[in-house]
Design a protein around this ligand. Structure first.
Ligand SMILES: [Mg+2]
Length: 102
């Protein structure tokens, strides 16, 4: 929770009046930058963009105070743990056993 509190404290001070749609626009922008970094295969850039995505994602919880990225991550991880995964391919990918929205 320390990261969430640090991010939200900074975000409130820096963007005191930001609306959710503007924040989601920023999240989209940072996700696209992450995709570009992945395509570049430059590890330092990938890590930096991952951090940007996390910062904006943490800031999103200004609008969803009853939860946190940590809580939502643990909830999703619990779903993933219950999922039956297919056979691993030569790159380490494993498909899902079913089509899922998640
Ligand atoms: Mg960025």
């Amino acid at each position: 929770m320390r990261v969430k509190h640090e991010v939200i404290r900074w975000h409130r001070k820096t963007f005191p009046r930001i609306a959710m749609d503007a924040l989601l626009g920023k999240l989209r922008e940072e996700c696209l930058e992450l995709v570009e970094a992945i395509d570049s295969k430059i590890t330092d850039d990938i890590v930096e963009e991952m951090a940007d995505v996390r910062i904006v994602s943490e800031a999103f919880f200004r609008f969803r105070k009853a939860s946190s990225l940590d809580t939502e991550t643990m909830n999703k991880l619990a779903i993933n743990k219950k999922r039956v995964w297919g056979k691993e391919d030569d790159k380490g990918n494993r498909g899902r056993d079913r089509q899922a929205k998640d």
